[in-house]
Design a protein around this ligand. Structure first.
Ligand code: HEM
Length: 133
């Protein structure tokens, strides 16, 4: 069996970073009500701690994503570039919405930007699996 070691490390870094960015947002959303009930200041402290690992994971995703494109585009099937364009748009939306969520000063702003970041990240996972084929 011919193992693509470099390719497996590339995808491993991409997928493990996706578990932090996407899975982390979902887990945090589930924890916030419990934390808030214990101490109204806890959700912000937990979110700040999450941001310290989430943003490095986001940039590893972007870097390994570009590496994925470099590795896969040449042999990609018809329509792959169009799917990739949707993926990049979702990733940009997820990042910008997450940034605006950290800057939001109203409960509505927090909720809308937070939800948009999460949904765009989840959609990016699905489109990523489409790209991987
Ligand atoms: C929120 C950010 C992102 C998430 C959650 C994400 C998630 C994923 C997932 C789950 C896969 C499937 C892996 C597999 O099935 O083996 C994947 C594959 C892929 N992603 Fe991403 N990704 C993100 C950002 C990016 C970016 C920014 C790019 C391009 C610039 C990109 C390009 C790709 C490509 C080309 C593949 C296919 C890899 C292959 O066939 O080997 N991704 N992504």
């Amino acid at each position: 069996m011919d193992i693509d070691w470099v390719g497996s490390v590339r995808l491993f870094l991409h997928v493990i970073s996706a578990t932090v960015w996407v899975g982390g947002q979902l887990v945090l959303a589930g924890l916030v009500p419990v934390l808030r009930a214990k101490d109204p200041a806890l959700p912000k402290a937990a979110a700040n701690a999450f941001n310290r690992i989430a943003w490095p994971a986001y940039w590893v995703l972007v870097a390994t994503g570009i590496w994925n494109v470099a590795a896969e585009q040449a042999e990609a099937p018809t329509g792959w570039n169009a799917v990739l364009a949707v993926k990049v748009a979702l990733v940009a939306l997820s990042g910008v919405a997450a940034f605006l969520h950290t800057r939001a000063r109203t409960t509505t702003g927090l909720a809308v930007w937070g939800a948009l970041s999460g949904f765009a990240a989840i959609a990016a996972v699905y489109v990523g699996i489409l790209l991987a084929g």
